[in-house]
Design a binder for this molecule. Structure first.
Ligand code: 6R9
Length: 658
C-alpha cells in the first residue's frame, strides 16, 4: 500500500475580490501573460503609456543591441517626481492624504498630495540652491520620515541620483558608499528615534566623513528630528529648515531621459564589496506603479502600509514611489514593531483602518512568539476588520507563519501575496495577484504578467517541473538593474554569466516549480549571500570585517544556519592570533568581535554564533570547506566526504560549543 501524498492546501481568492479586483480571475491573469507572450514589447509599451505620464513620448521600446545593458523607452523623457505628485494634484487629488505618518512615540501627522508636492519643490529648490544638479549623486541617511521621502522625491525632481543608506549601517559602511557613489551631498538628521532609543545619525555622518576619501562631499544637510546635540562643521553643514526657509513651493522638474539613473542602492553580493545597483527612471517607475496597483489591488479608498525602511529597496518601490505614483494613501511608521509593545502593528492597523498590510516574515515570526507569550499583544485583541489584503516580502515565508498570518491577522478572509523580488529587479517578479491566483502557503506562485521567470540547470537548460534548479529570468524587463555603478564588468559577471551564454538574468536563488501547477517555491540563495531577518548580507563582507581586526584575528569563515525567527543566523568560525580561548575568555573575545563587526558594517551583521578553532577545515589545496562548516553550524552529523580534508581533527574541535 502506498502512503497517501498530502496535497498542499489551496486558498482560492475570495469571490468578492474575483469580481472587483483590477486583475479579476485567473483568466484575466492568463490573458495578460498571453498578451506579453505574443507581443512582448507591445505589452510593455501599452503599460508604459498607461502608467507613466511622459513629457516626450517614447518611440523605441526595447533596445537590446548592447545586451545585457538593456535600454527601455530610450527616447522618451519624463520626471518621476512629476509622475508621483503633480499628476495627482492635476487629477484633483490635491486634498487627498498621501502619507499618514506615525512617530515612534505615537504622534500622527497627515500630509496631502498638495503639501507633499510643495515640500518636495522647496527641498528641490534648496538642493538646487546648493548647486546640486542633474546627474549628481546625493546620499540620504535619514530616519523613516516624511522628510526622507521628500528628499528622495526632491532628488528625482532635479534629476539628481539618490543613494539611500539604511540608518543601521555604520560610519565605515556609509563612508564606503559615499565614496563609491562619488556623492556631492549627504542629507541626514540629528538623530533617529526607534523603540524609544536615539541613534546619532549626524555623528555617524561626521565620523564617516572623517575617515577620509569623501572629498566629493560639499554639503551635509541636517533635518532636525529630535533636537539632540550635534556637532556643526560650517560651512559644510546646514540645517534643513534654514535651507528651506523662503524657498518657493514650485519647482520646474528636470525632464530626464527614460534611462537616467533615478537611484543607486547598495546591496550585498558574493564578494566583500557591496554593489551599487543602478536603476533607471521610466522602467523603474512603470514597474513600481504597475505592481503596486495589481499585486496589492490598490484602489482609491485603500490605506496601504508597507512596514519596510526607506533604506531598503522595498521602502523605495512600495513607499517612496509605487503608492504615490498611484495617488494612494499610505501609512508610514518611524518606529519598531515591538515598541511600546508587540501589539504596535495591530494597534496601528486598527487606528488607521489599514486595508493592505505588507511586511516581512521575520516580523511575523517574532510577533507570533510575542503573542504566544503575552495574550495582550495577540492580533485577536485588535479590530483588524479593515484589512483586505496581506503581503510578505524579503525571504521565504514558512507555511506555519503563513497560516498564522492568514488566520490571526487576516481573519481568514485576506489573501496573502508572497512577493518574490530583489533589489536588482526593482519590483515584484513572482507573486500572486489577490483576485486571480489560488494561494499555496510557502509558494510565491506565478510570475507577474510580462516577467519570464523559469528554472534551469547549471548549463542553462530548462529543468522539468518538480525538479529543483536555478532561478532565471529569460527576457529583460523594464525595472531591471541597469548596471553596477562604476563596475559594468561585475554587472555582467554577476547577472549574465557565461554559463548561460549571457542570455538569462541570474537571480542568485534556487527554485522549484510544482510538478502539476508550475507554481514557484524559492529554495534560498545559491551564492554566498545570507538572508538574516530579510536583510541581505554577504558572507565575504562579514569575513573581511572580522579579519580586519588584525590584532586578534588570523582567519575567519562565515556561514549561515537556519534560525526560527530571523530565517538565517550568521555563524563565524574564527582562528585567533593567540591560542584558542575557552570558557569566559572565549565569551569575552566573541563579544569584542561581535561589537567590532557591528562597528565595521552595522548591528545587522553581528554574528550570532562565534566559534574558535586552532584552524579551519581546508582541502589540501588550502580551500576552506564551507559545506562542512555549514553542517557544524547546524549541529548536524558530518556525512559528507572528508577525504580531501587536510586536517580532519579540526572538525571535532569546531563541533564543540564554547
Ligand atoms: C525585496 C528584497 C532579495 C533576496 C532574494 C531572495 C530573498 C525576497 C522573497 C525571497 C523567498 C520571497 N527573497 N523575497 N525569498 N520568497 N517572497 O527582499 O530584496 O533585499 O535585494 O533581497 O531576498 O533570496 O534573492 P533584497
Amino acid at each position: 500500500m502506498s502512503t497517501p501524498v498530502q496535497e498542499p492546501k489551496v486558498y482560492l481568492p475570495p469571490q468578492e475580490l474575483v469580481k472587483s479586483a483590477h486583475i479579476s480571475g485567473l483568466e484575466a491573469y492568463q490573458r495578460l501573460v498571453a498578451e506579453a507572450q505574443q507581443d512582448y514589447t507591445g505589452y510593455w509599451a501599452r503599460l508604459a503609456r498607461e502608467f507613466v505620464t511622459w513629457q516626450t513620448p517614447f518611440t523605441q521600446v526595447l533596445n537590446e543591441r548592447d545586451a545585457p545593458f538593456f535600454k527601455w523607452f530610450e527616447d522618451g523623457r519624463l520626471n518621476v517626481s512629476y509622475n508621483c505628485l503633480d499628476v495627482n494634484v492635476e487629477r484633483g487629488l490635491g486634498d487627498k492624504t498621501a502619507i499618514i505618518f506615525e512617530t515612534d512615540d505615537g504622534q500622527v501627522t497627515r500630509v496631502t498630495y498638495r503639501e507633499l508636492l510643495a515640500r518636495t519643490c522647496q527641498m528641490a529648490n534648496a538642493l538646487r540652491s546648493r548647486g546640486i544638479q542633474k546627474g549628481d549623486r546625493v546620499v540620504i541617511y535619514m530616519p523613516m520620515s516624511v522628510e526622507g521621502v521628500v528628499a528622495m522625491q526632491a532628488c528625482a525632481r532635479i534629476g539628481a541620483t539618490h543613494s539611500v543608506v539604511f540608518g543601521g549601517f555604520s560610519a565605515q559602511s556609509l563612508r564606503d558608499r559615499i565614496q563609491d557613489a562619488g556623492a556631492v551631498a549627504v542629507i541626514t538628521a540629528d538623530e533617529q528615534l526607534r523603540g524609544g532609543k536615539q541613534l546619532p545619525l549626524k555623528a555617524i555622518v561626521d565620523e564617516a566623513l572623517s575617515l577620509g576619501g569623501c572629498d566629493t562631499i560639499r554639503d551635509v544637510v541636517v533635518y532636525r528630528r529630535t533636537g539632540g546635540n550635534v556637532g556643526f562643521n560650517a560651512p559644510r553643514d546646514k540645517w534643513l529648515h534654514e535651507l528651506l526657509d523662503g524657498q518657493p513651493d514650485r519647482c520646474e522638474p528636470a525632464w530626464v531621459e527614460a534611462e537616467h539613473p533615478l537611484f543607486l542602492l547598495y546591496t550585498s553580493g558574493s564578494t566583500g564589496k557591496p554593489k551599487g545597483v543602478q536603476h533607471s527612471s521610466a522602467g523603474y517607475l512603470l514597474h513600481a506603479a504597475l505592481t503596486t496597483k495589481w499585486t496589492f489591488d490598490l484602489k482609491p479608498d485603500d490605506v496601504f502600509w508597507c512596514t519596510a525602511d526607506i533604506g531598503w529597496v522595498t521602502g523605495h518601490t512600495y513607499i517612496a514611489y509605487g503608492p504615490l505614483a498611484n495617488g494612494g494613501t499610505q501609512v508610514m511608521f518611524e518606529g519598531v514593531p515591538t515598541y511600546p509593545d508587540a501589539g504596535r502593528f495591530w494597534k496601528m492597523i486598527q487606528n488607521h483602518r489599514v486595508t493592505i498590510f505588507y511586511t516581512a516574515p521575520t516580523a511575523i515570526r517574532s510577533l507570533i512568539k510575542a503573542a504566544e507569550a503575552n495574550p495582550d499583544v495577540h492580533p485577536k485583541r485588535y479590530d483588524l476588520t479593515s484589512l483586505r489584503i496581506l503581503g510578505s516580502v524579503g525571504e521565504p515565508i514558512n507555511p506555519a507563519a503563513w497560516e498564522w498570518y492568514h488566520a490571526n491577522v487576516g481573519g481568514g478572509r485576506c489573501p496573502i501575496v508572497d512577493t518574490f523580488w530583489q533589489t536588482e529587479t526593482g519590483g515584484h517578479m513572482i507573486t500572486p495577484l489577490p483576485g486571480a491566483t489560488p494561494l499555496v502557503p510557502g509558494s510565491c506562485t506565478l510570475p507577474f504578467p510580462g516577467i519570464v521567470a523559469d528554472v534551469v540547470d547549471e548549463t542553462g537548460k530548462d529543468v522539468p517541473w518538480g525538479q529543483g534548479g536555478i532561478l532565471v529570468v529569460k527576457r529583460p524587463w523594464p525595472a531591471m538593474i541597469r548596471t553596477i555603478w562604476g563596475d559594468p564588468e561585475r554587472y555582467k559577471k554577476s547577472y549574465y554569466p557565461a554559463d548561460f551564454q549571457g542570455k538569462y538574468y541570474l537571480a542568485g536563488d534556487g527554485a522549484i516549480r510544482d510538478a502539476k501547477t508550475g507554481y514557484f517555491t524559492i529554495t534560498g540563495r545559491i551564492d554566498d549571500v545570507l538572508n538574516v531577518s530579510g536583510h541581505r548580507m554577504g558572507t565575504m563582507e562579514i569575513e573581511s570585517a572580522l579579519v580586519s581586526h588584525t590584532e586578534l584575528v588570523a582567519e575567519a569563515a562565515v556561514v549561515g544556519r537556519p534560525d526560527d525567527t530571523t530565517g538565517e543566523a550568521i555563524c563565524a568560525f574564527v582562528v585567533l592570533k593567540r591560542p584558542r580561548p575557552t570558557g569566559e575568555e572565549a565569551k569575552q573575545i566573541a563579544k569584542a568581535l561581535r561589537d567590532w563587526v557591528g562597528k565595521e558594517i552595522g548591528p545587522i551583521a553581528k554574528p550570532k554564533d562565534i566559534r574558535f578553532g586552532d584552524n579551519l577545515p581546508k582541502t589540501r589545496s588550502g580551500k576552506i570547506m564551507r559545506r562542512l562548516l555549514r553542517s557544524i553550524a547546524r549541529g548536524e552529523a558530518i556525512t559528507q566526504d572528508t577525504s580531501t580534508l587536510e586536517n580532519p581533527a579540526i572538525l571535532e574541535q569546531l563541533s564543540q560549543t564554547n
